[in-house]
Design a protein around this ligand. Structure first.
Ligand SMILES: NC(=O)c1ccc[n+]([C@@H]2O[C@H](COP(=O)([O-])OP(=O)(O)OC[C@H]3O[C@@H](n4cnc5c(N)ncnc54)[C@H](OP(=O)(O)O)[C@@H]3O)[C@@H](O)[C@H]2O)c1
Length: 243
C-alpha cells in the first residue's frame, strides 16, 4: 500500500521534512494549528486548523485514509502530541515523533530550571528587573501577576488584543536568530534576566548563547512530559520508516 502521510507541523523540522518529501512520490500533507498569521510557503499540500480533539483527529485520519503520522510539532505542543498518540493507537496507525534534542546546560550558563511556565512566573516574584520573556504569546497572561518588571517580548505576530503589562517592549520578528543580533538586542534593552522554554534546535538558541556571553541568568522551562513513542531527530530517517 502506498503511504499517505500526515505531518503535524509548526516547526522548522516539519518544514525540512516537507522539503524532503516533496522530492519523492510520497503522498503527504502538512498540518498547521493556524497560530501564526503568515505560515511559511510549503512545497507540499497543507491544511490549517485544529481537528477537534482526539475524536476529530480520528475522524480526519479515517476520512483522509491516512496510513502514517509524523508528529513534528514543537516540544511544548503537548496536547496535539497526546492527541496524536491516542488517535493513532486507537486506529493502529504508525506514529513517529520527529523531535529536537533538548538544550543542555554548558559551562558559563546560569540556568534556573523550572517545571513549567507557572513556576517560571512564580520565580519572578522579586524586585523589578528587565526581563526578556521568550515564550511566545499564548501564555503571556501567566506573567501578569508580576507587573513590576519591564518585559521584552519577541513575537512572530503582533498581539491581537492589548497586553496587560504596565511596561513592555514588543519585537515583532521571526527566527532563526543569530547570537550577534541577540547579544546586541539584549544589550540595547539592558536585559538582566531571560525566561525561555527548552525548545531545543538552533534558531531559538541564539538568545541562550548571548545570555552565556553576557553572564545573564536564564529561567529555563523544562519540556512537558509525553508518553513514550517511536522518535527520531533526523528528518531523513522518516523515509526509511515509511518503507
Ligand atoms: N507551544 C510552543 O511553544 C510552540 C512553539 C513554536 C511552534 N509551535 C507550533 O504551534 C502549534 C500550536 O502549538 P500549541 O502549543 O498551541 O499546541 P497544543 O497546545 O499542543 O495544541 C492545542 C490544540 O491546537 C491544535 N493543534 C496543535 N498543533 C496542531 C497542528 N500541527 N495541526 C492541527 N492542529 C493543531 C489542536 O487542536 P484540536 O484539538 O482541535 O485538534 C490541539 O489540541 C503547533 O503546530 C506547534 O508545533 C508551538
Amino acid at each position: 500500500m502506498q503511504p499517505n502521510l500526515l505531518i503535524l507541523g509548526g516547526t522548522a523540522e516539519a518544514s525540512t521534512l516537507a522539503q524532503i518529501i516533496s522530492k519523492t512520490e510520497i503522498k503527504a500533507r502538512l498540518s498547521y494549528a493556524g497560530r501564526v498569521d503568515r505560515p511559511r510557503p510549503q512545497p507540499i499540500e497543507k491544511r490549517i486548523g485544529g481537528f477537534g480533539g482526539v475524536d476529530g483527529l480520528i475522524g480526519y485520519l479515517k476520512a483522509e485514509q491516512i496510513t502514517h503520522v509524523v508528529d513534528a510539532t514543537h516540544p511544548f505542543a503537548a496536547q496535539m502530541s497526546l492527541n496524536a498518540v491516542d488517535a493513532c493507537r486507537k486506529l493502529e496507525i504508525p506514529l513517529l515523533a520527529l523531535t529536537r534534542p533538548a538544550w543542555t546546560q554548558t559551562q558559563g550558563d546560569i540556568w534556573n530550571c523550572v517545571q513549567d511556565l507557572k513556576s517560571a512566573a512564580q520565580s519572578l516574584k522579586q524586585p523589578a528587573r528587565r526581563v526578556m520573556l521568550a515564550i511566545g504569546r499564548q501564555h503571556l497572561p501567566l506573567f501578569y501577576s508580576q507587573p513590576q518588571h519591564t518585559y521584552l517580548l519577541r513575537l512572530v505576530d503582533a498581539p491581537q488584543t492589548p497586553l496587560d503589562f504596565p511596561q513592555h517592549i514588543l519585537h515583532i520578528s521571526r527566527g532563526p536568530f543569530t547570537k550577534a543580533a541577540d547579544t546586541a538586542m539584549l544589550r540595547a534593552h539592558n536585559i538582566d534576566l531571560i525566561v525561555a522554554k527548552n525548545s531545543g534546535g538552533k534558531g531559538a538558541y541564539a538568545k541562550i548563547e548571548a545570555a552565556r556571553d553576557l553572564g545573564l541568568p536564564v529561567v529555563m522551562v523544562s519540556r512537558p512530559h509525553l508518553p513514550d513513542r517511536p522518535e527520531t531527530h533526523q528528518p531523513e530517517a522518516v523515509l526509511d520508516w515509511l518503507v
